[in-house]
Structure formats: C-alpha cells, structure tokens
Design a protein around this ligand. Sequence first.
Ligand SMILES: [Zn+2]
Length: 216
Amino acid sequence: MFKKIFNSFLNLIYNEKCLVCSCAKTDELLCKSCSKNVYYLSSFAQRFYKEIPIFCATKYCETTKILIQKLKFSHKKNASIPLAKILYNYFLKLNLSEEYIIIYPPSNQLKSAIRGYNHMYLIANVFSNLTNFEINKDLIKKTKLTKPQYQAKNRHLNIKNSFKINEKHIDYLKNKKLLLIDDITTSGATLEEIINVLFEAGLYNITCLIISKAGC
Ligand SMILES: [Zn+2]
C-alpha cells in the first residue's frame, strides 16, 4: 500500500506515463494492459545458425514496436527499461543457469554520435543490472557505414564484412559464455555476420537472445 502511494506520488512529480499508450494510471513505464499485449514466444530456440541457438522473446507487436521506436528515434532512453525487462522475463523462462558475458551489436559511430547513445548499450545495461552479468562494450566493432537493415535490398550483402573483433578481449573471453542480445531480428543477417566474426576469433560459446522477431 505504502509503495503504491509512494509511486503515485512519484508519478505526480515526474508525470510518468505508459510509454506505449500514454495512460497515466500506472507507476510503470509499461502499463498492465500494454504488458498483456506482449506475446512471448516459446522457450525453445527459434532457429540455429552454425549450431548457435537464437532465442526470440516476443513477436514483433505494437508494444515492442513503439518501445523500440521511442528508444531509437525519439530519445526516450527510459524505453530501454521495459525492453530489458521483457528480455529478462523471457530469459528466466529459459532456465539457463550459466554465467554469461553480455555483448550486443555496435551501431555506426555516426549514428551513435547523432543519437548520442547506442540504444543497445542502454538495454544491455538494464539487463546486466537484472542478471548481474558483466557487459563487454567494445568486443565487436563496426568497420564501415551501412544502410539501416530495414532499408537494404539485400540485408546479407549490406552487412557483410562490416564487423571486426577487438582482439584485446579474445584471451579473456575464450572460455566464457557469450550472450549476444539484440532488439529485433528479421532476416537474421546481422546476427549471422556477428557470429561469423566471433567464430573467426575463436569464440564459439554463444547464445543469441533477441527481444522481438519480425515477420511471424
Ligand atoms: Zn499502456
């Protein structure tokens, strides 16, 4: 009861609203009704690439779409919190008891500079707080500017040879389990290209965990 009153009080001060439907009858960034619209996928890998399991937490629905868009294009950094929680809820369902190092795709330096942040770092940071897993911020580097994947005619060609591994981390990570997280997967081209460069660096212990799977 006290917590509820306290949260309502905070709402009055910060004018917190649901990021998706803008209703103010909540003390969360995602209200109960919008949370219910998140459709979680089964706790099996949706597919494998080179025997690496790719788990997708949800179907790409209105709720995840709006949260991702607000985080990427509307400077709503706090949208990273419900997105990381969605990922965490699904991760718990997987019953993976191992310790992981969180990694994520880098964005173009130009894009990060314009936006002022890498949106995947923000999600990784909240997810790291929830799991206590370490984050590696610069294992994967972007080597060239590419079109956003949703604008590319051939997504595999667009992203090919655009990542490299920061060699200084390889020895430390050789015997660690890597958890590659991302916001959305459509063709899987980005994930596959990152898995390729990780393999070339001798890093084979990888699990992919994606917030939303488009086209299903
Ligand atoms: Zn809502």
